[in-house]
Write a protein that binds this ligand. Structure first.
Ligand code: SAM
Length: 233
């Protein structure tokens, strides 16, 4: 069934503590040579998504409060913190937040502007607080539609002004690609991937009083991600 209950949340968490952590840590680390062609393509695609988000944040974000939900190894958190934003970085995987923290220390060495983020091992639904901007990049792929709506509801409840989120869009073409991908046995099938229709995501945002103000899309050969900015109306 396409229902992700507590079991799926737990299995996504377990995956990102172990095998998933090892895999994504290499993909997200520019300096790691230990990646194949597909992984390199995903790395490049993901870097573009991060660049778009950073561009939307802009350079003057000193003092801005940001919640980075599902922060991974800190690809977004770290550049924001280096620009002086006050980031609450959380991830269901403690291995991820530890790695993000380690990377922050290295990146921030000698910087006077950098603000140390608070790192928290927590699933995004347990994160609490109120932030200028809530960001959630490439996390929804792990959850089906019903769960996605619930997550958006919670994320926007923590946002004072704005949410920036990305997801793999459900279009006829990408649904086909995904089905073709599933025909090939491979070890990257450790978690299921869920695509989401942009209109479903937008409806969930609208229902919570947010209006989409920016849209962009990154597509490489093996990575595709729609990114939206929505603001409180
Ligand atoms: N947002 C980061 C980025 O773009 O660099 C990481 C993206 S990575 C594909 C997905 C991340 O979401 C993983 O680090 C995983 O541990 C985390 N994650 C998955 N389910 C989560 C949940 N329910 N709550 C918080 N984090 C979650």
């Amino acid at each position: 069934a396409d229902e992700a209950g507590g079991d799926e949340l737990r299995s996504v968490g377990d995956y990102f503590e172990g095998e998933g952590f090892q895999r994504w840590r290499r993909i997200y680390d520019d300096e790691s040579e230990d990646v194949n062609k597909v992984q390199r393509d995903i790395r490049d695609g993901h870097a573009k998504t991060i660049d778009i988000a950073l561009d939307w944040f802009g350079a003057s974000i000193e003092g801005m409060t940001v919640c980075d939900a599902g922060c991974g190894t800190g690809s977004l958190t770290i550049p924001l913190a280096l620009r002086g934003a006050s980031v609450c970085a959380s991830d269901i995987s403690g291995a991820m937040t530890q790695e993000a923290s380690r990377r922050f220390e290295i990146a921030a060495e000698g910087s006077s502007k950098a603000v140390r983020p608070s790192f928290e091992a927590s699933d995004l639904e347990s994160v609490r607080g109120s932030f200028n901007t809530v960001a959630c990049l490439d996390v929804m792929i792990h959850y089906p539609d019903n769960k996605m709506e619930e997550m958006i509801g919670h994320l926007v409840s923590m946002s004072e002004d704005r949410i920036i989120m990305s997801f793999a869009p459900k279009t006829p073409y990408y649904s086909l690609l995904k089905r073709i991908g599933e025909l090939f046995p491979g070890k990257s099938k450790a978690t299921r991937a869920y695509l989401h229709a942009e209109e479903d995501v937008e409806r969930a945002l609208n229902k919570n009083g947010f209006k989409v103000t920016k849209r962009d899309m990154t597509a490489t050969s093996f990575y595709f991600s729609r990114i939206l900015e929505a603001v409180r109306e």
